[in-house]
Design a protein around this ligand. Structure first.
Ligand SMILES: NC(=O)c1ccc[n+]([C@@H]2O[C@H](COP(=O)([O-])OP(=O)(O)OC[C@H]3O[C@@H](n4cnc5c(N)ncnc54)[C@H](OP(=O)(O)O)[C@@H]3O)[C@@H](O)[C@H]2O)c1
Length: 258
């Protein structure tokens, strides 16, 4: 998607993007900065974060690299303090880090199950726990405040062997609906984006040959989504007027059947 938003509608916003060292997170951090937000980029690969922050700063934006493993609750709390100190109160949190590991349940790959639960559930909750006070303060100060999490179409589709990944994404989608009840009243917008196939590093971690083939075939055969498509959509969700909450956005390649 070429850039659809114009101007700098996010001027004055302080954004945090987790999973920003590649794929959807990196593209979204870049786009939020282009649209005027100051951006903190979080993930584990420090070199990628440094390069991203440097590229944003070189092109007139403001970014800081905050290397952190989001499964470590204390480390995420420290990251939140660093963001507040260096950029100001965060008012846009894109809670995006995630991992997809596909296998038949009978293979009992419990380490893979745990990795997905640790990152896609616990990591997501650690980010919410660390940044909710800042989102609350921003909303109380009359600013737009956004908590946007990356779910997946796997949250609702029945995809064989995707059980644990799909379970973690279903958790995120339903969590979004529940959090809206409590946080919407406080003028914090809560949203989730549920993408179909996006061309990123995500499938590189998949070891199951059938699942790898399914994703590789999709990338070969159809015009799949690019990270920039998700970035533009997230930026739009954060740019609408404060009283408008786009809560659940499903975004698919036009030619993807499931
Ligand atoms: N690609 C798709 O088709 C698709 C479809 C639907 C949903 N999604 C979701 O989109 C999100 C982004 O994925 P992507 O497609 O952009 O894939 P990706 O390029 O693999 O991005 C995953 C990001 O998560 C970060 N991450 C992994 N473990 C982490 C940890 N412990 N602490 C902090 N950061 C961690 C990775 O950085 P480090 O390794 O440097 O930590 C990386 O930046 C995920 O939640 C994924 O489930 C993707």
């Amino acid at each position: 998607m070429s850039a659809l938003l114009t101007g700098t509608p996010l001027t004055g916003r302080v954004a945090v993007v987790s999973g920003a060292s590649s794929g959807i997170g990196a593209a979204t951090a870049t786009r939020l900065a282009e649209l005027g937000a100051k951006v903190a980029v979080l993930a584990r690969r420090k070199d990628n974060l440094d390069a991203l922050a440097e590229s944003i700063n070189r092109t007139g934006g403001t970014a800081i690299a905050v290397p952190v493993d989001v499964t470590d609750r204390e480390a995420v709390q420290a990251a939140a303090r660093q963001v507040a100190d260096q950029l100001g109160t965060a008012d846009l949190v894109f809670n995006n880090a995630g991992v997809q590991l596909i296998s038949p349940i009978a293979d009992l790959r419990q380490d893979d199950w745990q990795r997905q639960i640790d990152l896609n559930v616990t990591g997501v909750m650690n980010v919410i726990g660390a940044f909710l006070p800042q989102l609350t303060a921003a909303a109380e100060a009359g600013k737009s405040a956004d908590l946007i999490t990356t779910s997946s179409i796997a949250a609702t589709r029945i995809l064989e062997k995707f059980s644990v990944y799909s379970g973690t994404k279903a958790y995120i989608s339903h969590l979004t609906r529940l959090l809206r009840v409590e946080l919407g009243r406080k003028n914090i917008r809560v949203a989730t984006i549920e993408p179909g196939m996006v061309d990123t590093e995500l499938p590189d971690h998949v070891t199951d040959p059938d699942a790898s083939k399914l994703m590789a075939d999709l990338i070969d055969q159809i015009d799949v989504l690019q990270s920039a498509d998700i970035a533009e959509t997230v930026a739009f969700m954060a740019s609408v007027p404060r009283h408008v909450n786009l809560t659940e956005i499903t975004i698919l390649p036009t030619a993807q059947a499931i």
